[in-house]
Design a binder for this molecule. Sequence first.
Ligand code: C2O
Ligand code: CU
Ligand code: CU
Length: 519
Amino acid sequence: MSKLSRRQLLVAGSGTLAMPFISRAAFAGGSSIITSAQARFLPVPALLQPENGDTVTLAMAMARHNFGPGDKTALSAGLNAEYLAPTVHLTKGTDINFKVQNRLGDVTTLHWHGLFVPSVKDGGPHNTIKDGEDWNIKVHIDQPSSTNWFHPHVHQNTAYQAHLGLAGLMIVDDGKDRERGLPRTYGVDDIPLVLQDRRVVEGDNVYAPDGMDLIHGFHGDKLIVNGVMEPQHEVPAGIMRLRLLNGANARIFNLSFEDRRPFHVIASDGGYLEKPVETGILPIGPGERYEVLVDFSKGKTPVTLFTSSDDNGGGEALPLMLFTSHGRKSEITTIPATFDTLSPANSGMAEETRSFFMDDRMMENMQVLMKGMGGGSHGMTHGGGHDGMVHSGRSTEQAGPPMTAASSGMAMAIAGETFDMNRIDVKARLGSYEMWSLTTSGEMQHPFHIHGASFRVLSLDGKAPPAWATGWKDTVLVNETADLLVHFNRQADEKHPFMFHCHTLEHEDLGMMGQFITV
Ligand code: C2O
Ligand code: CU
Ligand code: CU
């Protein structure tokens, strides 16, 4: 069988051609702009500022949360919060104790995505915390200034737990942002924006994936920022620093302002770029972080931040949030010209080259779904237009019983194998650089993430990466090919290997994940 496009497969798999390609709200269409009269205010997560030797307690618990106007208060979970978590500020050079309390009623783990820690403290699938138990670890903070995050990573249940709201930010700070001339007052000119989506059915927040949701990753029809739909935030007339995290299970955000004012990208996952990179559109895949400066001293306010279409499945342009101005000047009024120098990165530094195919097993999984259709419930029946891939207006009943990665009969793979907690896929020399060449089937983009290592993107689809993606990263959106120079600078043992995987959480749960140790 020749390779079919995703759309052809969808049509072929549906057994019917009655799937209109609905073109949704045009970009920046008048009705889709948020107005300050109705919008709720953006919640800025509380800030925890532990000092050397302090203990940070993070209690993971079920809760209820209201995402937006007209919505019911829905099932959620958070860490010290009904949804998401406080932001933890970590000073470089300190030792911090984390006490993670699992009060979820189910087994979990808490992974420190982006933090430089040995694998035994990484919070991957091997670091399980049973319900009612605590996990106590001491972490030495020793890495460049950066925005990182934590979220559950439990075997085959990460997507569900993360979607409940179990995620929070960690800011690593080397204390030099004043010298750098950067905005640095949390909540004032430096705010985090956690970008996510929800599927709202009859006012309720529903995570009930069907087979197609597992294949494409679960997309919602409503966007939320810091846990609230279409919020507004008042900013000073000057330079704002936005710490962007794509905390969605699967949605790719393509950010832009209504008036196309530029983002000045100053940092990626692993720390600062050499100088700010100006762009009108900023794509950000699940798990990725970018820090941007935005000038609110010129141009009109209020101004709406949008995301345009996600090729993997959320077809429409949607407003994310509104920035209004309180008119007062901010401390920082100019964009600094340069930051830290980046170390060189080239293929000559690699002592090993490896190739990995991020295998969505599209054909096999579609076949599993089609077989399941005989029962009339699972799989291909959808109420909504499929071009958008967003099942708005479809109730859980219409969708059929939700599927889990384990119950679906589907699987995805990386490097030829579906995830196995008992198999070590790669042994890398501690301290070495390796060239990792990633390929996909081309049907979908996959956000590749590696624990316990940092990389530089040498090429994407055979071309140089965009300038904002040339710094240190741990997650990158792969369309067809990517060449990464990976630095293995954290230690992993056989009992607690590090993970590398697709950060579309449904794909991760389906097995597009492998393990490595350092030797
Ligand atoms: Cu953000 Cu393996 O995860
Ligand atoms: Cu991670
Ligand atoms: Cu994927």
